[in-house]
Design a protein around this ligand. Structure first.
Ligand SMILES: [Zn+2]
Length: 719
């Protein structure tokens, strides 16, 4: 992005984020899903990183959530109530640990304390000499609103801190002197307990039922309901909302309010785990799920476990918070910018997200209906990387007032392909393009029509979809290009969401395209892409057969390629491959007579081949193969000019077990093609044993003889 463009985008993003933030935090009204708002913030953050000269003091990235409204008295926090950095993936968390290691210039093996990230309102409650004296919201982080009367009505907030038994404190691992110091502070000093005020799902449902019966406005969600109750001048309303409170931090100050001194972290209580237990000894509710994790592997499994339990929990959560358990580390790591280094919000994947529309493509469905699909800038939604979204029909585009280049909100539920929810029109730059309905069928180039009152455009060629599916399925079939692992079912999936229109498009597929599909896990996507990559070099006879030229079967294709080979050998000058462009050139240089007189072909086949290369549609397809990097391999014929690969040259391979992404026959051909030998039995002369699933006795023998054993994955890398 160029500077001027970036500046414009940054300004628009700032305005848009501020608009939704104000609605949410000040007016208690949700106008954009929090997860989608996070996407906008992330985009702004990225742009500001790239163009730091455009970071303005008023940028949403430069402040913490919330603004103080005028209706409450203000309260100044003893320590700022900071917001957290967000992580959405294991990679984000790994990067966080790495940043900390770089910051401290040493390897870390920390113990983390993981807590549920409750979705409510952050509150700071101050106790002096064990008595509730004040409760404040986060506000702008430094100054909050005094909401004491509304927090006092929360039944799970103690108005007097409970005095723990000495034995209980001992069990926390406190020494005698620490116990004495703590009890003294409880009697004379200030203890601040920070935590989240929440509403349970059950209360939320009950209240809404009642409100509906009474004809009152319904609560939008539990978080809104909490904010609305706490930031409410009438505490009777707060009381009927039956809120709950869970603590997540304790701050100790010695001395009286006027000249109190905040103790540093770890000074009185050493670990976050102990502090959490202490909160419950002081009379607060505690979350039984919070747990110690030895390293990040533990953190990742905790996250997964909680994500599974999420639905069944009594309250809403939006992730887990990963904290250094050792509170001394909190002091050492400190705060950077607006958030601490020592903890991280590890959020669940968003179910709504924002991204931009790069293009619209039309695909023909089984019934001939033309469906528009939006090609998106890849974005993570509910755990999956998404690059496509179906738009159903042209009316949908008009209803949403969608343009190419627009920033949109998409939503994904379960494994369903995501849908476009809305367009953020304020973010338009003026460069967006109007989306037009197609005039001809994008597949067969035939006529299309809009039948009667129907919303869909249709290709009038009844066989359009079926013929196309058959063509592509033929291309990948055995005897043709032979893409094992990519069957007609997979091709149908590709066609359905418009990933491909023809066989040449297979070579443009990217991993994120495949991950948007049903039943496509990471491993399957990798395998499919690997096999397509291998099949970028196609043997001449196989390629000619794969084109599906009328009357041209496997044998005919073989005859033609043998005939062409001497000519082509000269053209490719010993490289073993030649381009499809030269293949086209070759065919175009011959006249009808030439093909009809080829021995073994006859006039009908000859004419069919000649005509194929005269057709513009076909030539375009061939050119597309060329553009997408497909080449013709001559290795099957040119034994003298094998492609030499030092991994294979004069090396002897033995195969055992079954392979995942290719047959043993293909693997053997490949080894020979690259200059290697294949032997049936393991001996001292064997260089490599290629190990598949369920291997036979050769595996044991190879181990005994010390033969190098390679996996399928290693083998594919060698290729
Ligand atoms: Zn068509």
């Amino acid at each position: 992005m160029i500077k001027a463009e970036a500046k414009k985008r940054i300004e628009k993003l700032t305005k848009e984020i501020d608009f939704h933030r104000y609605n949410y935090h000040v007016l208690d009204k949700e106008t954009l899903a929090p997860a989608a708002l996070d996407n906008l913030k992330a985009e702004l953050f990225r742009l500001e990183n790239e163009f730091p000269e455009f970071i303005f003091p008023s940028s949403p990235t430069q402040r913490v959530a919330g603004a103080v409204s005028g209706k409450f008295k203000k309260t100044i926090h003893s320590l700022p109530m900071i917001s957290l950095f967000d992580a959405f993936s294991q990679n984000d968390i790994l990067a966080w640990q790495e940043r900390n290691e770089n910051y401290l210039k040493k390897t870390l093996k920390p113990i983390y304390y993981c807590e549920l990230k409750l979705d409510g309102l952050a509150i700071n409650i101050k106790y002096e000499k064990g008595l509730f004296i004040l409760a404040g919201t986060r506000g702008d982080g430094k100054v909050g609103e005094n909401v004491s009367s509304n927090v006092k009505v929360i039944a799970s907030v103690p108005l007097n801190l409970r005095r723990p038994e000495i034995s209980e404190l001992k069990a926390l691992g406190l020494s005698e002197i620490e116990i004495k110091n703590f009890l003294e502070l409880l009697e004379k000093g200030i203890i601040e307990v920070r935590g989240e005020a929440i509403m349970t799902k059950k209360v939320f449902v009950e209240l809404n039922k009642r409100y509906q019966a009474e004809g009152k406005t319904l609560l939008a969600n539990t978080r809104n309901a909490v904010a609305g109750s706490i930031r409410q001048l009438d505490s009777r309303i707060s009381a009927e909302r039956k809120l709950d409170f869970y603590a997540y931090d304790i701050i100790f100050s010695s001395g009286k309010d006027s000249d109190s001194k905040v103790l540093s972290r770890g000074e009185l209580i050493k670990t976050r785990g102990a502090a959490d237990k202490l909160a419950s000894l002081l009379g607060f509710k505690s979350l039984k799920y919070n747990t110690l994790c030895q390293g990040l592997e533990d953190v990742f499994s905790f996250y997964k476990e909680i994500e599974k339990k999420r639905e069944a929990l009594a309250f809403e959560i939006d992730g887990v918070v990963v904290k250094f358990d050792d509170l001394k580390m909190w002091e050492i790591l400190g705060v950077v910018g607006k958030a601490p280094r020592y903890m991280m919000a590890y959020k669940f994947s968003a179910e709504q997200a924002t991204t931009r529309i790069k293009n619209i493509i039309w695909q023909v469905g089984r019934t001939g209906a033309l469906t528009p699909t939006a090609v998106l800038e890849p974005v993570r939604v509910a755990g999956a990387l998404i690059s496509r979204s179906t738009l159903h029909n042209f009316d949908e585009i008009r209803r949403l007032d969608l343009m190419i280049g627009d920033t949109i909100v998409i939503e994904r539920s379960g494994d369903v392909i995501p849908k476009v929810i809305s367009v953020l029109k304020n973010l338009r730059s003026g460069e967006e393009k109007i989306i037009k309905a197609p005039k001809i069928c994008p597949i067969c180039e035939g006529k299309i029509d809009r039948v009667g009152e129907e919303v869909a455009y249709r290709c009038l060629n009844k066989n359009c979809y079926a013929v196309n599916l058959r063509k592509i399925s033929h291309f990948i079939s055995k005897g043709a290009v032979d893409m094992e692992g990519v069957g007609p079912k997979v091709i149908e999936q590709f066609l359905e969401i418009g990933l491909i229109k023809d066989a040449a498009d297979l070579y443009t597929l990217k991993k994120e395209d495949l991950l948007s599909l049903e039943r496509f896990a990471e491993k399957k996507a990798d395998n499919v892409l690997k096999i397509i990559e291998i099949k970028k070099k196609i043997d001449l006879a196989h390629f000619i057969f794969a084109l599906g030229i009328r009357h041209v079967g496997e044998e005919t294709a073989e005859i033609i390629s043998k005939l062409l080979i001497s000519d082509l050998e000269m053209m490719e000058k010993g490289k073993g491959v030649f381009s499809i462009a030269s293949l086209i050139k070759y065919f175009l240089s011959k006249n009808l007579d030439y093909f009809q007189q080829i021995n073994g072909l006859g006039p009908i086949m000859g004419e069919s081949i000649y005509n194929y290369f005269q057709d513009e549609h076909n030539l375009n397809l061939l050119k597309k193969f060329d553009d997408n990097g497909v080449e013709i391999s001559l290795t099957a014929f040119l034994k003298k000019t094998k492609i030499e690969n030092k991994n294979f040259k004069d090396k002897t391979f033995v195969l055992t077990g079954s392979l995942l992404s290719l047959t043993r026959e293909t693997a053997k051909d490949k080894i020979k093609e690259l200059g290697g030998k294949v032997s049936a039995d393991v001996s001292v002369k064997t260089d490599y044993l290629l190990l598949g699933d369920d291997p036979g006795s050769k595996f044991e023998k190879a181990k005994k003889l010390g033969v190098k054993i390679i996996t399928e994955e290693e083998f594919l890398k060698m290729i």
